[in-house]
Write a protein that binds this ligand. Sequence first.
Ligand code: AMP
Ligand code: ZN
Ligand code: FE
Ligand code: FE
Length: 282
Amino acid sequence: MVIDLHTHSTASDGTEAPSVVVQRAVEAGLTTLALTDHDTTRGWAEAAEATRATGIRLVPGIEVSCTRDGTSIHLLAYLPDPDHPALMADLARARESRETRLDRMVELMVADGIDITVAGVRAEVTDGATPGRPHIADALVTAGVVADRDEAFERFLKNDSRYYVGHYAPDPVRAVELVRDAGGVPVIAHPRAGPRGRVVEDVVIEEMAAAGLAGIEVNHRDHDADAVRHLTALAASLGLVVTGSSDYHGHGKVNRLGENTTGPEVLSAIESLATGSAVVEP
Ligand code: AMP
Ligand code: ZN
Ligand code: FE
Ligand code: FE
């Protein structure tokens, strides 16, 4: 079995539609795919429809943006109820705040003479999708300012850039509680992805575990061998499962589907904890 539990589509900042991500997953030889767009369930229906025509299983998920003391934390939520009022209200609030934040970042860049407009950025966002910095990056590519998303992040968009503006996101403990309340299974994403900002401190993961965190995404391209060792031990000491995944974003990132995978016994454990929604079977 080849199980990849973290991917993005045009419902957020991936570059391929949900049905195309499913098709790529088939081509990559996956047996199970989770679609985990940022702060939205919008891609689920299209992905489910596409999955039924294939031999693979679909785990509906969300990558929930959280923040604690200025550090951005990502929480994967598997199989939550997509109609849970409190969770959906929080995600809607984060998406709205992302719109305002995008405008603010563009304003700061325009004031510095960078060739970009709000309309140009909006044109990169699929209707109804969760907007993010990668869409600003795409507008910079379209305008010929940079060659690719990586260069855009390096020069203009990384967390310590002068143009960086944050957006509303819940505290990670509250997010774990919300996901659990929605019948979902919370797994912290890439906690030691240093290149993308400050790492998540162990004490925060301990607090999240006490609130119902189920697992840690340990095997991820942004974790070096030290991070993998450290997080494997931390998961064992807290009784959390260990997952691995690609964090695929289409051609927006080098990450390849199935480059890291999750064990079938871990997926079974996740499924048995979930009461919010069901895996889509082929
Ligand atoms: P945001 O959610 O708007 O704060 O933007 C964060 C998103 O940008 C994450 O989903 C990352 O996958 C993506 N990202 C971060 N760094 C890079 C990079 N160097 N190249 C492409 N995408 C990136
Ligand atoms: Zn992303
Ligand atoms: Fe992430
Ligand atoms: Fe991600």
